[in-house]
Design a protein around this ligand. Sequence first.
Ligand SMILES: Nc1ncnc2c1ncn2[C@@H]1O[C@H](COP(=O)(O)OP(=O)(O)O)[C@@H](O)[C@H]1O
Ligand SMILES: [Mg+2]
Length: 286
Amino acid sequence: MQIEVNNLTKKFGKKKALDGLSLSIEEGVYGLLGPNGAGKTTLMCCLLGVYNSNGGSIVVDGKADPKGALLSAHCGYLPQHFDMFHELTVAEALRYFATLKKIPRAKGAEEIGRCLRTVNLEEEAKKRVGALSGGMRRRLGIAQALLGDPPLLIFDEPTAGLDPEERMRFKNIIAAVRHRHTILISTHIVDDIDVICNRVMVIDRGKLCAQGTKGDICRYADGRVFTLPREQEASLNRPYYLENVFEEGGQEHIRILSQIPQPAVARPAAPTLEDGYFALVRGEDL
Ligand SMILES: Nc1ncnc2c1ncn2[C@@H]1O[C@H](COP(=O)(O)OP(=O)(O)O)[C@@H](O)[C@H]1O
Ligand SMILES: [Mg+2]
């Protein structure tokens, strides 16, 4: 499935949530990275026809898809705030979704079993949704997205609020299904997509800042990353962006991004995906 988004604009009143955004999606696992308010959810809602856009186009396999009819018919979607009737059991909830997706009843039980196994919720099939932990409920959300085996999966902030064990489970689920689907995952947490995505799109303020492999994104921070003991921070040349504080050899160190020369105490470091991301979305502070 090939998706071309051209110059997409979406306004809420005067606010442009998407401001002439263009990107393309083919095969693989795509990470849609951007700070809160960047337009990630709005983009996903426009792709699926939940929102009508105010301009631009979405083209799917060469055909215009202005109302999201083509994509929504071939997509499993996990919304940012997924929940389900608490009174239903997990199996009943999935049967409900299977009906909405028009999966024939004869095939439904087998398909629900497959999706429960994929997300490791088989043992919870008879539990009520209201009795599930937050992480389990998110996995139920992933299971309903997988129902019917759609070619495209769109997951909006699937790891937000999950504990480390559930995050790891999520990565394992993606690893298990990545060969069956093209997957678009939004997040503002770089770590969560570093190992699972092979393509990254960085968006900010409704615009695409960069699109490419993880290596491509890292290169936006080439020659700009430095580490130094925190106590030497006063010797830095301004401006710089303080990324984080870490401990090394029992001493607090800082990692900074800067485009200007820095004193020798600031040691150059190889850029990571997170460095590239910050260089793109914080670049104007530098
Ligand atoms: N329904 C809405 N009404 C008004 N403003 C909205 C609405 N949805 C989103 N926005 C605004 O559009 C921008 C992008 O929001 P959103 O797509 O939710 O960002 P993200 O998912 O990247 O955090 C934000 O400034 C947000 O406040
Ligand atoms: Mg969002």
